[in-house]
Design a protein around this ligand. Sequence first.
Ligand SMILES: Nc1ncnc2c1ncn2[C@@H]1O[C@H](COP(=O)(O)OP(=O)(O)OP(=O)(O)O)[C@@H](O)[C@H]1O
Ligand SMILES: [Mg+2]
Length: 401
Amino acid sequence: MQSQKKFAKAAKVCKTCKNTAVQVWQRRFAVAQSNPFTPTFGIVPPIMAGREELVEELSCAFANGLGDPNLCTILAGARGTGKTAFLSFIADEASSQGWIAAKTTAAEGMLEDILQQATWNAQSFLDNMGGRKLKGLTVGQLVGFEWENERPVAGNWRTQMNRLLEQLDEYDIGLLITVDEVKVSVDEMKQLARIYQHFVTEGRKVALLMAGLPHNVSQLLRDDDISFLRRSRKHHLGRIPDFEIREALRLTLQEGEKSMGPESLDEAVAAIDGFPYMMQLVGYCAWSEGGAEEELAPDAVRRGIARARKEMIDGVLEYTYLELSQGDKRFLGAMLQDEGESSLAVIAERMGVRSNYASQYKKRLLEQGIIGERVRGYLRFDMPVFREYLAERLQEEDELA
Ligand SMILES: Nc1ncnc2c1ncn2[C@@H]1O[C@H](COP(=O)(O)OP(=O)(O)OP(=O)(O)O)[C@@H](O)[C@H]1O
Ligand SMILES: [Mg+2]
């Protein structure tokens, strides 16, 4: 039996712009008492943990429109931190505020993709509206309008987009372009950035939200041809605080009419270690180990955590490890000797280098989301299970050497 449930953070009002449209938190989720967790890449989970401030900022930006600096935002985050899911979530939020979204991934052909998606979505959006201006109305409230404008065919990409944007403007509809997996090596990515700048100076109602792995984002921002992007809002999608993970885990279980005892919740939260993909893995595996019981037994949760750790290695850690340089490995290897946080000065000493040399590795690894620095000069592993996995891999490499 399917039932519809509301997300607990419904109808949140934004502190800055009082925009009740932040009701995007009010996601509906169909539950068939089936596993509600989503350990699959790119899927918006039924309950988003954390990220609330960022959602608020972007929601306000759609309400404020032209001139809001958040309308051009770039997100950097390690694998599995929720970049793709966040882009989709925000695209839904934009739609609920009378914007249409064109979602693409950085690759050749992306400009055509944006044009086609924008045209298609504009048509379906306008098909559903009563010929009125959209402001203050949501898609569901609009019916019966015939959209006669087909995709403009003549002219280059910019001209065609401009025509489309003009048509949208007549109905006060904005266009959000989301680009996932940004890469400076994709020429069309740079073209998009250059043309987007023209859209902005021409006063078009447009927004550009980009996401990518930290080193790809840094490279993009270093490119002199598109230095304009350096003025975009930059955010790091990092670790989510334990209390937010705990609440999201509890609520997701509740969506599926299950629960965990407080001690099991503590164990699960510790294993998740603030990492979104791991939250989905732990939840999913614990659920499937739990059988028919409403409260998942502590043993089932432990078995679930063990399975999740293994899948975390296969899905994220192996690839992350392969991207490490020898210097990165030496730096991380030097951290293994400490149980908790490691001081940068001590790491440098163990590596036999000066602190400012070790700092270069620190910067890279921080950027990649592999380590975190809560207190200045003190570092810790920021990806669940990575410490144990690294220790094993480094030992294997030593044995082979
Ligand atoms: N805020 C969140 N709270 C809970 N789970 C989340 C959150 N964001 C994403 N997830 C879940 O985490 C997993 C990874 O998300 P996603 O695919 O968006 O990551 P990503 O950063 O795009 O990874 P990649 O760099 O490999 O593309 C998915 O299972 C998704 O459902
Ligand atoms: Mg992704």
